[in-house]
Design a binder for this molecule. Structure first.
Ligand SMILES: N[C@@H](CCC(=O)N[C@@H](CS)C(=O)NCC(=O)O)C(=O)O
Length: 216
């Protein structure tokens, strides 16, 4: 089996996706934390996009969280992806759908511009509505089998939970499918284990540093 090292950033939702899958499959790996917004020279040399996660596979870099997870799913059976090609393709499409949600969320909570934040929030809620419409299976997105879509969406739920706990802002209000799904996700051990210690404080620290409209 290849030697794996995940280059990570403690509050990155995309890294969290890879951590969930690594934990889900019980794969051995090393982890190194960096700040991609102030990256060390060695990271610049191995990362074409300058973004985390990067997975070093026998010292060779692989980037993009969805691609990393596809690779891990192929190399470490049993596969989390469904076998049926159409279902698998549909799952990939919904994995893709969840990515911009992380970006919108980040922009919404980090900006100092309340008006801009409100606009991003509206877009974000629209994106949530699209997900709520299709999240009709239980307990997981595909029904009984935990899938890559559950993994891809999990970091969004982690961050929505943070927002609710810290700022009493519940953006899942009215989305009953997403509320149910979020509960399931937060009972999954691999998800719980993927949230770094001191996550809330780290998020709040970052928000303060960027003069977020949500913090004084
Ligand atoms: N599409 C990428 C997105 C990764 C991403 O945006 N990572 C952020 C941290 S959460 C990053 O490294 N940003 C550094 C930068 O933009 O310079 C993926 O899925 O891996």
């Amino acid at each position: 089996m290849p030697k794996l090292k995940l280059i990570s950033f403690k509050i990155c939702p995309f890294v969290q996706r890879s951590v969930i899958l690594l934990k889900e499959k019980g794969i051995d790996y090393d982890i190194e934390f960096i700040d991609p917004y102030d990256p060390p020279e060695w990271f610049k040399a191995i990362s074409p996009t300058g973004k985390v996660p990067v997975l070093l596979v026998d010292d060779q870099p692989l980037f993009e969280s969805a691609v990393i997870n596809e690779y891990l799913d192929e190399v470490f059976p049993p596969a989390v992806h469904p076998v049926d090609p159409f279902k698998k393709a549909q799952n990939r499409a919904w994995m893709e759908y969840t990515s911009p949600l992380n970006m919108s969320f980040f922009q919404m909570i980090m900006t100092g511009d309340k008006e801009a934040a409100e606009k991003t929030k509206e877009d974000f809620i629209q994106q949530l509505a699209g997900l709520d419409k299709v999240a009709t299976n239980a307990p997981w997105f595909n029904g009984n089998d935990f899938s890559m879509v559950d993994i891809s969406a999990a970091p969004v739920f982690t961050r929505l939970d943070f927002l609710k706990q810290q700022f009493d802002m519940d953006l899942l209000e009215g989305f009953s499918n997403l509320q149910r799904w979020s509960k399931e996700i937060h009972n999954r051990q691999s998800v719980l284990d993927s949230i770094v210690e001191g996550f809330d404080e780290l998020m709040l620290g970052r928000m303060k540093a960027s003069d977020s409209w949500l913090v004084d």
